[in-house]
Design a protein around this ligand. Structure first.
Ligand code: ZN
Length: 468
C-alpha cells in the first residue's frame, strides 16, 4: 500500500458521514485532521485522527465519533481507531468589543413578565452542559434578574487593569448591573447607554464560545444600542401564549433585522401545565399555542413550547438554574433541544450559508418579482427561479393587517392591480422585505415564497402585465 493509498481508503470511508445540518460529508467540510497510522506486529495498523468540529457544544459530536470509528474499523487492515474531538479555536484577532467571544446570542422579548431571564439563564447553562465555554450578560438595567436567578458564593465584582472581572457559577461567567448596584437604577437614557456600553465592552469575559445576552424587554432605542454595540450572531425571542401576537414577534424580527441578526428560535413560555400526579394530562392555560404557525410564517427555524413548571420557579427563586438540579427532567430535555437548535443554526450560518441566500429582484420587463435560488452544492450558480406577480405577492402578505392574528384567517383586502414594489431588501438570511407602492410593507420568509410556483391564472389576469 503506497503512502497516500491508506489515507484515501480512510477518507473514502469517512465520506459516508454527513453533517445533518451542513448537509455535506465531514471530509469535504474539512473536519478530518491529523490522520496517522501506527504499524502493529500482525501487519495491521492502529489509526488515529482528529475531528475538528464547528463548536465544542456540537450536539452530535458523540454520534460523529462513533460513526467515524465504525466506518474506519470496517477496513480489514485497521485494528484500533482513536478519534479526538476538537472544536475550532476562538479567534483572537479583530478589534470589535468582545473579540475573544466566538458567538453572541440575544434572548429578547417584546414585553416583560414572559420569563425571558429564566429562559436566558437555563439556555446558557444548557450550552455549558453541551460543552461550551459560556457567559451570561444581564443587560436589563431596569430590573436585573440574574442576581436572583444565579447566586454564586463569591459575589464581589473585581476590577483589574481597568477591566471588570465577571462572577462565575459552575463554570459559567456572569455579569449584571445588579451585581454592581444593589439598588435598582433610575437613570436617563444617555447614562444608561453609557453604563450599558461600559459593562458590555469592559467586562473581561476571556475566551468564550457563547455569550448569552439577556436583553431588556422591548424593541426601543436601548435594545437597538446593544445590537449596534456588539455583533450578535443570533436572537431567541421569548413570549407567552397570552402575550403572543404576530405584531410583537414581527417587531422583534424587524429590530434584529435592522442590524442583520437572524432570529433562530421562538420560545413560547408557560404554554401549558402538566400536573405531577397526572403526567399525561396537559392543560393549555391560554389556548393551544399558535407559536409554530408564527414560526413557520416568519421563517424562524425553531419553535419550542415550555410548560409552566412550579419546580422550575422554585429553583429559579433559590438561585440555582433548574437545568443543573433537575438535569433528568423533561424541562431539561426541552432546554437541551432548544440549545442544540441554537448551536446548529449558528454553525450553519457560520459555515458560509450566507452565499446561498436566494436573490430577489423586480424585473420590470416581465413585471415580476424574480426569486433566484442558489445551488447549495456550489453556493454560486442559480439553481432555479420562482416568479411572482406584484399583485400575487402583495396578496400573499401575512402581516397583522393582512391576516387576523387570532384566527389565522386572511382579512378581506382590495389590492390595486397595478401595485408595484418600490423597495426590495434582504432581511437576515431567511427573508426579504418589500415596500409597496400602496404604502404597505411586507416581510416574506424564503421558506414560504422561494419555492412556490407563480399562480398562472392570477398572473394572466393582471392588467399591469397585459396592458404594459
Ligand atoms: Zn400585509
Amino acid at each position: 500500500m503506497c503512502s497516500t493509498e491508506w489515507k484515501n481508503q480512510i477518507l473514502e470511508q469517512l465520506k459516508n458521514i454527513v453533517d445533518p445540518d451542513l448537509r455535506q460529508n465531514i471530509v469535504d467540510l474539512g473536519f478530518v485532521r491529523n490522520l496517522e497510522r501506527i504499524a502493529k506486529e500482525d501487519g495491521g495498523y492502529d489509526v488515529r485522527f482528529t475531528l475538528q468540529l464547528t463548536t465544542p457544544a456540537c450536539p452530535v459530536k458523540e454520534t460523529f465519533r462513533q460513526e467515524a470509528i465504525d466506518a474506519v474499523s470496517s477496513l480489514d487492515w485497521v485494528r484500533n481507531v482513536q478519534v479526538d474531538l476538537q472544536a475550532n479555536q476562538v479567534q483572537t484577532s479583530g478589534n470589535r468589543p468582545l473579540h475573544k467571544v466566538k458567538h453572541i446570542i440575544a434572548v429578547a422579548s417584546c414585553k416583560g413578565g414572559v420569563g425571558k431571564s429564566t429562559v436566558a439563564v437555563n439556555l446558557a447553562f444548557t450550552l455549558a452542559k453541551l460543552g461550551g465555554k459560556v457567559g451570561i450578560m444581564d443587560a436589563d438595567i431596569y430590573g436585573p434578574s440574574l442576581p436572583i436567578l444565579v447566586q454564586p458564593e463569591d459575589r464581589i465584582v473585581q476590577y483589574k487593569d481597568g477591566k471588570i472581572t465577571p462572577l462565575e457559577y459552575q463554570g459559567v461567567k456572569l455579569m449584571s448591573f445588579g451585581y454592581i448596584n444593589t439598588e435598582s437604577a433610575i437613570m436617563r437614557g444617555p447614562m444608561i447607554a453609557n453604563m450599558m456600553n461600559q459593562l458590555l465592552t469592559e467586562t473581561d469575559w476571556g475566551c468564550l464560545d457563547y455569550l448569552v445576552i439577556d436583553m431588556p424587554p422591548g424593541t426601543g432605542d436601548i435594545q437597538l444600542t446593544i445590537c449596534q454595540t456588539i455583533s450578535l450572531d443570533a436572537a431567541v425571542i421569548v413570549t407567552t401564549p397570552q402575550q403572543l401576537s404576530f405584531q410583537d414577534v414581527i417587531k422583534g424580527i424587524y429590530m434584529f433585522d435592522k442590524v442583520s441578526v437572524p432570529c433562530v428560535a421562538l420560545v413560547e413560555n408557560m404554554a401549558y401545565f402538566e400536573p405531577k400526579d397526572m403526567p399525561n394530562k396537559r392543560y393549555y392555560l391560554f389556548g393551544n399555542g399558535k407559536g409554530q404557525k408564527i414560526a413557520d410564517d416568519y421563517g424562524i427555524p425553531f419553535m419550542e413550547s415550555l410548560p409552566l413548571d412550579p419546580d422550575l420557579c422554585r429553583w429559579s427563586d433559590s438561585g440555582t438554574p433548574a437545568v443543573l438540579v433537575m438535569s433528568e427532567s423533561k424541562i431539561s430535555q426541552l432546554y437541551h433541544s432548544l440549545a442544540s437548535a441554537v448551536v446548529q443554526e449558528i454553525a450553519k450560518r457560520a459555515f458560509g450559508n450566507r452565499s446561498k441566500v436566494p436573490q430577489v429582484v423586480f424585473d420590470s420587463d416581465k413585471c415580476a418579482i424574480v426569486i433566484s435560488n442558489i445551488d447549495p452544492s456550489d453556493g454560486n450558480t442559480i439553481h432555479n427561479q420562482v416568479e411572482w406577480t406584484p399583485w400575487d405577492l402583495r396578496n400573499a402578505c401575512r402581516c397583522a393587517l393582512c391576516v387576523d392574528e387570532w384566527t389565522g384567517m386572511e382579512r378581506p383586502k382590495h389590492v390595486d392591480r397595478n401595485v408595484k414594489p418600490l423597495q426590495i431588501q434582504s432581511a437576515g438570511n431567511y427573508a426579504f422585505s418589500v415596500v409597496w407602492s400602496d404604502g404597505h410593507q411586507s416581510l416574506y420568509p424564503f421558506e414560504r415564497v422561494a419555492h412556490t410556483k407563480v399562480q398562472e391564472s392570477a398572473y394572466s389576469n393582471t392588467p399591469a402585465s397585459t396592458q404594459g
